[in-house]
Design a protein around this ligand. Structure first.
Ligand SMILES: Cc1cc2nc3c(=O)[nH]c(=O)nc-3n(C[C@H](O)[C@H](O)[C@H](O)COP(=O)(O)OP(=O)(O)OC[C@H]3O[C@@H](n4cnc5c(N)ncnc54)[C@H](O)[C@@H]3O)c2cc1C
Length: 226
């Protein structure tokens, strides 16, 4: 965004690409960065990665036996990301061999209305990695329980690697998806065929099953796409 201009109850935003958007409200989301105690960093001679403390996949800093986790290492900036890192660091401090190899497996959740949640790779990451993928989709408006709740906005997208058949990521928008993303996380990497897993009916989670099946062209209520 380059400029904003208020007129009455509307705001006109000019974007870098020359286009403009008129909106009633603007949400400023500036992001976060690590804020570490410089003196402690200096005293311990810790290597930094920008504003964050540099760690390896065992959460160990450049100083053997000194571990760092959470916002200070600038990875996820999420509470459950910090839990995972703290457990990894604690295990390794006790002589274990825990590693965090893939941060994309830490679910992302946005508690808006409708909610947004994702886990694994998204389409942009797949494109960047040159992966040939297909996207299975399913819609809340086609789900019986969502219709009964009158919560029909949203969809689930499941990304399948066409070469390996592996499910790479799930993205969801809709009511309650921040709860459902846990199921998606557990199913990622599972070799069990989703069509052989029974989901209770009528439940909102059937949207996930349907999108998963669609990623294989097997959607029960969605015609296969050519
Ligand atoms: C407004 C807001 C909303 C958020 N919502 C979510 C959310 O919905 N879901 C989610 O997953 N994450 C959320 N987060 C992010 C999440 O809170 C952080 O990622 C998480 O708390 C990081 O954990 P941490 O242990 O690294 O740091 P913290 O939880 O900040 O813990 C650091 C602790 O160290 C203490 N401390 C600092 N300096 C010293 C010192 N010199 N000596 C001793 N103690 C010290 C602090 O007092 C604090 O208790 C939110 C963050 C904010 C700010």
């Amino acid at each position: 965004m380059t400029t904003s201009e208020k007129s009455g109850s509307k705001i006109k935003l000019s974007l870098e690409d020359g286009t403009s958007i008129e909106a009633e409200k603007v949400l400023v989301s500036v992001g976060r960065k690590a804020f570490c105690d410089n003196q402690t960093v200096k005293n311990l001679s810790l290597q930094m990665n920008g504003s964050a403390i540099k760690v390896n996949d065992r959460m160990e800093t450049n100083v053997p036996g000194v571990y760092a986790i959470g916002d200070a290492v600038g990875t996820t900036y999420l509470a459950h990301g910090a839990f995972l890192e703290a457990e990894t660091a604690a295990e390794n401090a006790m002589g274990g061999k825990a590693r965090i190899e893939d941060y994309s497996l830490v679910p992302r959740a946005v508690y808006t209305f409708p909610e947004v949640a994702s886990v694994g790779k998204n389409e942009t990451k797949c494109k960047q990695a040159g992966i040939d993928y297909t996207v299975g989709r399913s819609f809340f408006r086609a789900n019986g329980r969502s219709l009964a709740h009158n919560e029909t906005v949203g969809e689930v997208r499941v990304i399948r690697d066409k070469k390996t058949n592996q499910i790479l990521g799930v993205t969801m928008v809709g009511a309650g998806v921040t709860e459902m993303i846990a199921a998606a996380r557990i199913l990622l990497g599972s070799k069990e065929k989703i069509s052989e897993i029974s989901f209770a009916h009528p439940t909102v989670s059937e949207v996930l099953k349907e999108a998963w099946e669609d990623a294989f062209g097997l959607g029960l209520h969605i015609p296969p796409r050519t």
